[in-house]
Write a protein that binds this ligand. Structure first.
Ligand code: SF4
Length: 82
């Protein structure tokens, strides 16, 4: 018995490659609730975070590599009073 014959009965139905695209999971980290971040969604549904501090301070990248886990420019958005 070959390896393929031995493993052919492992699954009750044939297994095929998924046909749908995987869901994009963007993990922005700190940018998610930073006042300097602007969320941008492309026509294809990709999500980017633009750091507006990059316009005036070259220590920041316009499109930071996500997830941002530590950042000297981070300022948390304050929830509006209800
Ligand atoms: S300052 Fe830092 S946390 Fe805020 S948007 Fe820019 S990179 Fe993200």
């Amino acid at each position: 018995m070959t390896q393929n014959q031995a493993s052919a009965g492992c699954y009750p139905d044939s297994v095929s490659a998924p046909t749908e695209k995987p869901v994009s999971h963007t993990l922005p980290g700190l940018c998610a609730d930073c006042i300097h971040a602007r969320r941008i969604e492309s026509d294809r549904g990709s999500v980017f975070f633009l750091c507006q501090l990059a316009q005036t301070d070259d220590r920041f990248k316009k499109y930071p590599r996500l997830p941002v886990l530590s950042c000297i420019g981070y300022e948390r958005k304050v929830a509006p009073n209800v």
